[in-house]
Design a binder for this molecule. Sequence first.
Ligand SMILES: Cc1ncc(COP(=O)(O)O)c(C=O)c1O
Length: 389
Amino acid sequence: MMLRMEQNLRTPGPTPIPDAVRDAQAQQMIDHRGTEFAELLRETSAGLAELIGTSGEILLLTGSGSGALEAAVVNTLSPGDRVLAVTIGSFGDRFAEIATAFGAAVERLEVEWGSAADPGALRDHLSSNEPYRAVLVTHNETSTGVANPLREIAAVVRGAPGEPLLLVDGISGLGAMPFEMDAWGVDLAVSASQKAWMASPGIAIAAVGERARAAGEVARMPRYYWDFAEARKWAGKGQTPWTPAIAVLYGLRVGVRRLREEGRERTWGRHARIATSVVAGIRSLGLRPVAPESHRSATVTAAWLPDGLDWVPFNAAMRARGLVIAGGQGKWTGRILRFGHMGDVGIDEMAEALELMGDTLPEYGHRADGAQAAAAARAAHEAMIAGVR
Ligand SMILES: Cc1ncc(COP(=O)(O)O)c(C=O)c1O
């Protein structure tokens, strides 16, 4: 097998970015207090609002997705507030940890890793406990490749005693998977530029609904850099309070334009088909996907590593061939592999990655055929494309 010079980056973010985004990000700097910047902020925010399905406000923050999770918590809650964190993996745990760090009284509704949250169990929990001020949920759990039934979860939270706020970590799902912020009744959702939006890391996205905005007026958690009131005040002037990641915003604007041109349903369909094709390839390699089919993520596929396969050298061997995927996190370190497919993805890159994986597996004692796996993914994809024609 020849070494490839170009990396096939298949982590669940950052993702390879289109040439048009790279070119945009290489542009000369502008004054972030000038009219050109105001237009950059306006267009990008308006496009994101449309793609996320909200008529509420979009605040663009300079930071990573975790910064936006922190912003979501500190701008809506006060120390001592009762918060229910629904967690199905390591990113759900992170959201809970942030709320705990700022003094919320966090209870966890923990779901076994690899499964999605059950709206019925959530309803029972909410109706048999003292009311909560907020419910924290992950849209798409990147650590396990499981998508939560968010629409149903939102309906349950909307009908719960005390009318808790619904704060959503949509970091790895928004843009690529069905999400209707206003129609579903989500109060606040966050994402980040390096995911389905096809830009470099550096810009965090907060979509803030009316109830979350009102909660901010009484929320007493300490905040300064992430203060939405400050971000809102400056956004009114077409600016951000602090010096923003201008280059990333250049790229994000192009990513958003491309997604608007493609159209939300088509983008969601493309990601769903890619995920199904990747699963067909993974199965052909003799690997077992983690997620049940009913709750499979469209942006990241996780699969169990075969018994006895040592992830560290296997991963190093794939990287030497130019394929960069992710391993397990937390308690699943060394137990699973994770394959990202969000943003600028097509079947060719997926087939190439599956082939490389299949070429490497036999060196680690697992019988697999790379070419066959690539063909299985392509065949699954072709059958679905024929179905939508
Ligand atoms: C669901 C989810 N939440 C939170 C994060 C953290 O985002 P960041 O690494 O940008 O801080 C990620 C990143 O992979 C994610 O996928």
